[in-house]
Design a protein around this ligand. Structure first.
Ligand code: ZN
Length: 198
């Protein structure tokens, strides 16, 4: 926090200092900018609220639905969005069918949800996905205020089957201090991974 505060004040004082700064001030400004960069790249554990959560009853049931979606997908990835024990939207990878490389299972499920309900109702839902969300999907999940993510196969496991951006869902969540999310991994991962062998 101190680093960010320092960096901010260096920036906001910039114009005032511009006319008369000596070498020391320039050095301080450069140092401030460097520190700001370092702060941006540093882990945000202290600010973020991504928590690891153990599986709870019902997780396997909904994961089986996500895996059933994945079994019909262009690439074997599927997702369902759940609240109070009810599936409110489902999606599967439609990257080829829709000529849209962003049509990952999670994105399709979110788009279907908001097609029929206010986006605000995504808050507090749980998203079950057969594969750990990639950075694009995890970003969308955080912007939507989804409260919990449950995934089957991890990015590390998926990387042995299909190309992945090697950034975990937790790393993305930890970089989003505005979001509070619980993450549960490894629910029925063997079943999700088996789809890649079919
Ligand atoms: Zn994705």
């Amino acid at each position: 926090m101190w680093l960010e505060g320092t960096a901010m004040s260096e920036h906001s004082c910039g114009p005032r200092h511009a006319q008369g700064h000596d070498r020391r001030q320039i050095l301080t400004s450069l140092l401030g900018a460097g520190l700001a960069g370092a702060a941006l790249n540093a882990p945000r554990q202290a600010l973020a609220e991504a928590t690891r959560m153990a599986p709870i009853p019902g997780d396997e049931l909904f994961m089986r639905m996500a895996i059933a979606e994945a079994a019909q997908a262009d690439f074997p990835f599927g997702a369902v969005i759940v609240r109070d024990g009810k599936v409110l939207a489902a999606g599967r990878n439609l990257g080829t069918t829709t000529n849209d490389p962003t049509a990952h299972g999670e994105m399709v499920a979110i788009r279907r949800f908001v097609a029929s309900r206010p986006a605000g109702e995504l808050k507090g839902t749980t998203l079950y996905t057969s594969g750990e969300p990639c950075p694009m999907c995890m970003g969308a999940i955080l912007w939507c205020g989804i409260g919990r993510v449950v995934f089957a196969a991890s990015i590390e496991e998926l990387a042995a089957k299909i190309g992945q951006i090697m950034l975990t869902s937790r790393a993305v969540a930890d970089a989003a201090p505005f979001a509070t999310i619980a993450i549960t991994g490894g629910v029925l991962s063997a079943e999700a991974l088996a789809l890649f062998s079919k």
